[in-house]
Design a protein around this ligand. Sequence first.
Ligand SMILES: [Zn+2]
Length: 573
Amino acid sequence: MRRKLFVTLLAGVTIAVATGCRGPAPAAVADAIYTNGDVVTIDDAQPSAGAVAIKDGRILAVGSRDSVERAHKGSSTRVVDLAGKTLLPAFLDPHSHYINSLTVAYQVNVFAPPAGPGKDVEAIVAELKTFRDARQIPEGEVIMAYGYDETSMPGGRMLGRDDLDKDFPSNPVMVGHTSLHGAVLNSAAFKKYGISAATKTPPGGIIVRKKGSNEPDGLVMETAWLPIFGSLPKPTPEQEVEWTKAGQLVYAAAGVTTAQEGATHASDLAIMERASAAGANIIDLVAFPFIVELDEIVKHHPAGTFGQYKNRFKLGGVKITLDGSPQGRTAFFTTPYLVDGPSGEKNWKGELPFPEATVNAWFKQVYDLGLPLNVHANGDAAIDLLLRAHEHAAAGSLDKDRRTTIIHSQFVRPDQLDRYVAYKMIPSLFTEHTFYFGETHVRQRGQEQASFMSPMRAAIDKGLRPTNHTDFNVSPIDQMVVVWTAVNRVSRGGEMIGKAQRVTPLEALRAITINVAHQYFEEKTKGSIEVGKLADLVILDKNPLKVDPMTIKDIKVVETIKEGKTIYTAPVR
Ligand SMILES: [Zn+2]
């Protein structure tokens, strides 16, 4: 050990002398050098490397092991033996609902397998009971679950209020829909939120009624759900820091060091800012406040303050939501669904909750403020509307580099992708739908449209820089599943959904690294392993470029590093 130290010291001295002879500045001594594994840089100029040196939270050198160690290994340098594992730039999340991560630890996971235990109505109710009993939740207290997916309920047997009332007569129970656009409520919850047979369904909303009656059946969605969603319990000031750390660890465990809060209410923004000021953040957060609260938010956060990190938190721009979800049949299409609407409507195309003039005015307001815009649009009619709104608001500078990002763009048409190119828009796709909802989309939209959903191949071939997201907690944060779905497009049932839209593993990785950095105007500091960029890194147990593509989803995150500091280490198994 002493001998090793001596050699290291000598090497350090040699470097200083050597560089001292050649130039004015001695080569910087690295804090750490990662070597002896694969390095996938996501930098086309140097796709792989033998070693990566970091210093003061940034990448100092990328190159062969010999050259990096010779130039930058000093007595204080920590040499990290990757032992055959793979180093990549840390992942960036192009769209999720970060604020939900603060509470999922305190809610019931009822995702359908493999993401959760909710395989049928009985399993969901059993899971809720286990949760209540284990935590000894008192009568009257709200119980929340997330991940309910009626499309994967066997035999089309849906969860309703009656299923919940039996075991939960006195706790309001809300089982969140996997789209995040609604929930199934029990009778105690309907009572708490004042919804009854006498309640009219608001425009753009859904209150599913019992057959042959006006009694709510359980599922409430879109504008009927929003007021309830807005009044859900928030953490106390004491809980904020604790919940923040727990939530961010969910991202860190998936190798993500930049997360999005993709539809931020003013109250959530306040929580994020307080927790940020208290130093709770271990990763970077980018928030997109909702357009409807923009007037209020710019009073305290002028447009000029957007785009700058403070305590690892920045306002990235503004969020507009146009339609619902295709699996929930609330996405807005130019052509009818092949099945009835959520309340049994015939010839159902979905609908927009807002008039076109409102949408046009929103785009104009955001563009005039010079702020980046993220727009949620799934159906092709919603995308037509947003393209018209862009043409209205951006007249005279249609192709300015605004990085307007169309969140989901799931059922974008080829001609619409051409306009994304012309308007320098970014599609943030959601290829996980090919797995989670593949069969549902084939049934509801037909084979041809389903095959072109989240068309990453077409987007790349047209010259776009697509990103790819989980929409957490619509689906769990698992970046290897994201990559796996973009590469394979295999459904739950084992069908390939749109073979022609598959991409290479490297392209799929770009959609969760460098392309996301570009989406956030952060491509100079993040998204690839290049000298000068932040040392935001992830170590995987296998190389996604080398394994059998069908096994990419089984690759595990071993360690996550934010600006040179390890923020997550996988438990030893
Ligand atoms: Zn979302």
